[in-house]
Design a protein around this ligand. Structure first.
Ligand code: AMP
Length: 216
């Protein structure tokens, strides 16, 4: 099962990816997480990516494409994968297309106003990367990760001005992927403007529908 999760920042890709990857027993691969890991380890790639990420811009295609090419060759991707945050440009989509045949591209659809509201409440665990929301999905103890006990923080690129920049980048560089995948008839939309539970059930409906219409 080879699935791509497409959607603007704050659409809920990371949250929804967790159960989808469990359901199909495939690894969730997030380019954002991989890049943040490089930044934290101060690798050559991380030092290069850092400035782009803090400015809300995309890391250059050649860097990300090479990183993903290597990742998708790893053993755990034998039975498929769930990509979260990749591809994000037509160039990346074409590179992926040359290497893999995707089963489904799931587009999480949500408006800009809701995204800005969500991201201002988003908190992530500084250690395990778990995601919380002050209103929609608060941690049991304030500021503490319920999974590993580490401190929660605001991601630097979740500041409002950076979020607006990331949305603009999404509109310009990532929305062309919607028609790219529509023309291959593997794109399915799920409304993700409501609660986490509503989005989950919208996605379940799309996955069931895709299974019966043999996309999956
Ligand atoms: P995310 O966690 O997916 O929202 O990604 C955070 C940041 O990492 C983005 O704003 C980009 O700077 C960078 N990034 C993640 N995925 C990609 C990608 N596929 N291509 C280029 N930059 C990326």
């Amino acid at each position: 099962m080879k699935i791509v999760l497409l959607g603007p920042p704050g659409a809920g890709k990371g949250t929804q990816a967790e159960w989808i990857s469990e359901k199909y027993d495939i690894p969730r691969i997030s380019t954002g997480d991989m890049l943040r890991d490089h930044v934290a380890r101060q690798t050559e790639l991380g030092n290069l990516a850092n400035q782009y990420m803090n400015d809300g811009k995309l890391v250059p295609d050649d860097v990300v494409i090479q990183m993903m090419r290597e990742r998708l060759e790893e053993e755990d991707c034998r039975n498929g994968f769930l990509l979260d945050g990749y591809p994000r440009t037509l160039h990346q989509a074409q590179a992926l297309d040359e290497a893999e045949t995707l089963d489904l591209v799931l587009y999480l659809d949500v408006g800009d106003g809701e995204i800005v509201r969500r991201m201002s409440g988003r908190r992530v665990c500084s250690s395990c990367g778990a995601i919380y929301h002050l209103v929609n999905d608060p941690p049991r103890a304030e500021g503490i990760c319920g999974k590993c006990g580490s401190t929660l923080k605001i991601r630097e690129d979740d500041e409002e001005s950076t979020v607006r920049k990331r949305l603009e980048v999404f509109r310009l560089q990532t929305t062309p992927l919607i028609s790219f995948y529509s023309s291959k008839d593997i794109l399915r939309k799920a409304d993700s403007g409501g609660s986490i539970e509503d989005t989950t059930s919208n996605i379940r409906a799309v996955l069931e529908d895709s299974a019966t219409s043999s996309v999956l």
